[in-house]
Design a protein around this ligand. Structure first.
Ligand code: MRU
Length: 360
């Protein structure tokens, strides 16, 4: 992704070859700041506080976090401690556990003297593979957008929820990768961006990304999508996923399920775009089996933004005595999902559909 004429990934190794740099997503869209992570504690804190977020990116960040931990303590105890610390940061996106398992499995048989170097290489491979997968998702998903354009000849209206773009991955994004690919190839697109309360990843991150890339878009309040669909103003929905079951149930940012219901009621195709690292092959029933993160209620009761004086301010929205609940994700059952766009192509949202693309 280009920012101010320079290409960035969302995570990279510093020039010292040991620390890791990230873009602080809690500061966007008002400031573009790079933060250096020097320890496993720094990495865990960045994931928990959502300086980095989005399923594929927290997988890559956890892998680099494990490397940072092994750099300080390459013993078995150090490996176990780092893995547990990182795993405890966020429960829903399966990419986190997937990346940690993959690095730990590769590193454990090695002598302590070579573990840190090998872990940095393994983390870099995970990051590179994510870029390749997301790019391929873009190519497959763009065919859906091009077909919609061929069918009616006007700009294709796509609705997306949360941020499943470049910032949620290492580069390109999942749901937004097809949008960038279609836009770059000359297919006219317009994106309806759900604001995505309570943390507003749509209004702050997706809108910022689309603006950087020059993609026409409009930010809408979370409850608007159904109305737009009733009036033929959405051609297709594309969202990302934090965990998709082997049967095609899609867990994504809270509110995704309601968009899928509205899409189903209005005959609007509803796609989830995700790399295979987001598929939890051990789970069938997403509603019963996927752990849903509950976050600090202040994300609901308060809101932060740029004040008229140009400084960041946080204000309370709710009465001081009211209880708040903050469920961060929900599950859209496979029956409401038109298809799953992966790095290997577009699958039906079913065990058979996914197994056809990912046999074994
Ligand atoms: O809580 P977040 O911001 O980490 O949630 C992110 C999402 O829900 C994304 O849609 C999902 O991770 C897919 S990202 C490519």
């Amino acid at each position: 992704m280009m920012v101010g004429g320079r290409h960035y990934r969302t995570i990279w190794l510093s020039d010292d070859g040991r620390s890791v740099e990230i873009i602080d997503q809690t500061r966007l869209p008002h400031a573009f700041e790079i933060v250096r992570l020097g320890s496993v504690e720094d990495a865990a804190d960045a994931i928990r506080r959502m300086l980095v977020r989005g399923a594929p990116l927290i997988g890559a960040a956890a892998a680099y976090g494990l490397a940072l931990g092994l750099n300080a303590d390459p013993s078995d105890a150090g490996l176990d401690r780092g893995q547990a610390q990182l795993l405890a940061t966020r429960p829903t996106a399966v990419n986190l556990a997937w990346a940690l398992d993959r690095v730990a499995r590769e590193i454990r048989p090695l002598p302590e003297s070579s573990r840190a170097d090998a872990a940095y290489l393994a983390a870099a491979r995970i990051a590179d593979e994510d870029v390749a997968s997301c790019r391929a998702i873009g190519a497959h998903g763009a065919t859906l957008i091009a077909s919609a354009h061929d069918a009616h000849g006007r700009p294709v209206n796509i609705l997306t929820h949360c941020n499943a773009g470049w910032l949620a991955t290492v580069d390109w994004g999942t749901a937004l990768s097809p949008v960038y690919t279609a836009h770059d190839s000359g297919v006219p697109v317009h994106v309806w961006v759900d604001e995505t309360r309570p943390r507003n990843q749509g209004a702050s991150l997706t809108a910022w990304e689309l603006l950087q890339h020059g993609v026409p878009h409009t930010i809408i309040a979370d409850n608007v999508g159904g109305h737009l669909m009733q009036h033929g103003m959405v051609d297709l929905c594309i969202v990302g996923s934090d965990r998709t079951t082997a049967a095609g149930d899609v867990c994504n940012k809270i509110g995704t399920y309601l968009k899928a219901l509205a899409a189903h009621d209005n005959g609007v195709p509803f796609y989830a775009a995700l790399p295979s690292s987001t598929i939890d092959w051990a789970l069938e029933d997403g509603v019963r089996g996927i752990p849903i993160e509950q976050r600090d209620g202040r994300e609901v009761s308060e809101i932060s933004g740029l004040g008229a004086d140009g400084t960041m301010a946080t204000v309370r929205l709710t009465p001081a005595g009211s209880a708040v609940a903050n469920y961060a994700f929900d599950v859209t059952p496979a029956r409401l999902v038109t298809g799953i766009v992966t790095e290997r192509g577009i699958a039906r949202a079913s065990r058979a559909g996914l197994a056809k693309l990912f046999p074994g």
